[in-house]
Write a protein that binds this ligand. Structure first.
Ligand SMILES: [Zn+2]
Length: 299
């Protein structure tokens, strides 16, 4: 009998490995693994059913079924963006594994906004559930194999999103979290940055844009002039002073698959010349929560 892992990431890694060791392919089906694993590991209160709930605006829910004593994961089946439902199911499965004992009333989660988390505890829960889903669905070793030695483009990240059955945003965030390159993911709405997440190397270069920073004008012009901005695969070289005071950048832009927002993926190809300093790691998936601050700001 396996013991329960100590962290959300360790939970995700353990179940991810279990899935692959059983000879199952990618993408990992949260539906199958959640039903199967909880039936044997937690027979007293397993996940008994996963189904659509028909409630618009709520991506996923975890609720206890009093009559049966088990748990129900439900999701908005009207969501058509590939990968978003699987990631939502992973998120709710994370709540089940990590939080069901502390919050028996369950969860109602909205990936698109994540605004209704007033207490620090709620933000912690949301962040942990996202982290679990990220590690469950996107095994780091496999992810590195997919991108190693390649120029990262939107097509390459799209390939990864297809491979893992995850949303584009979650996949791009995972790449930024894992990469050794200097890179930045920035999400913007109405011309302002809602949140940004720099890779470890970019953070050392202080490439970070606080919520509320205006999007560079040249980038806005590019966004607005694009005929087909969905999954544009041509990066644009931009001068120092646009995304970083001293560094040239390669900029990709797409419309977010979550809501009416633009995502900028910015890489700093010349960053190797800059001297680095040690700095504490930050966690990519707390940003899926912290961006709520940015959303508030623009409202
Ligand atoms: Zn949640």
């Amino acid at each position: 009998m396996m013991s329960n892992p100590p962290t959300p990431a360790a939970w995700g890694i353990q179940l991810s490995q279990l899935w692959l060791e059983c000879g199952q392919g990618l993408p990992i089906s949260v539906r199958e693994i959640a039903l199967e694993v909880t039936k044997t590991r937690f027979p007293d209160d397993p996940v008994g059913i996963i189904k659509g709930h028909g409630v618009a605006g709520i991506d996923g829910m975890l609720s206890k079924r009093k009559s049966k004593g088990d748990w129900c994961i439900s999701y908005d089946e009207a969501v058509t963006v590939p990968g978003r439902i699987n990631f939502t199911l992973g998120h709710e499965f994370g709540h089940y594994l990590l939080h069901r004992k502390t919050r028996e009333e369950g969860f109602q989660c909205c990936q698109a906004e994540m605004l209704d988390y007033e207490s620090a505890e709620s933000r912690k829960f949301e962040s942990e559930a996202n982290k679990f889903a990220s590690y469950l669905l996107m095994p780091a070793t496999d992810f590195r194999d997919q991108v190693e030695g390649q120029i990262v483009t939107l097509d390459l990240l799209g390939h990864c999103a297809d491979r893992y059955g995850t949303s584009f945003t979650a996949t791009a965030l995972k790449w930024v979290e894992l990469t050794d390159q200097a890179a930045l993911l920035a999400v913007a709405r109405d011309g302002f940055i809602c949140w940004s997440y720099p890779s470890r190397r970019a953070r050392l270069l202080r490439a970070y844009l606080p919520s509320g920073t205006p999007v560079p004008q040249s980038s806005l012009d590019r966004l607005n002039s694009a005929v087909d901005i969905n999954r544009r695969n041509q990066g644009s070289r931009v001068h120092p002073g646009v995304w970083h005071p001293a560094l040239e950048a390669e900029e990709f832009v797409i419309i977010s698959d979550h809501f009416d927002m633009a995502i900028f993926l910015v890489q700093f190809p010349c960053a190797g010349m800059v001297e680095q300093a040690e700095e504490k790691d930050r966690d990519a998936f707390t940003f899926l929560e912290n961006r709520a601050q940015g959303l508030n700001w623009t409202r």
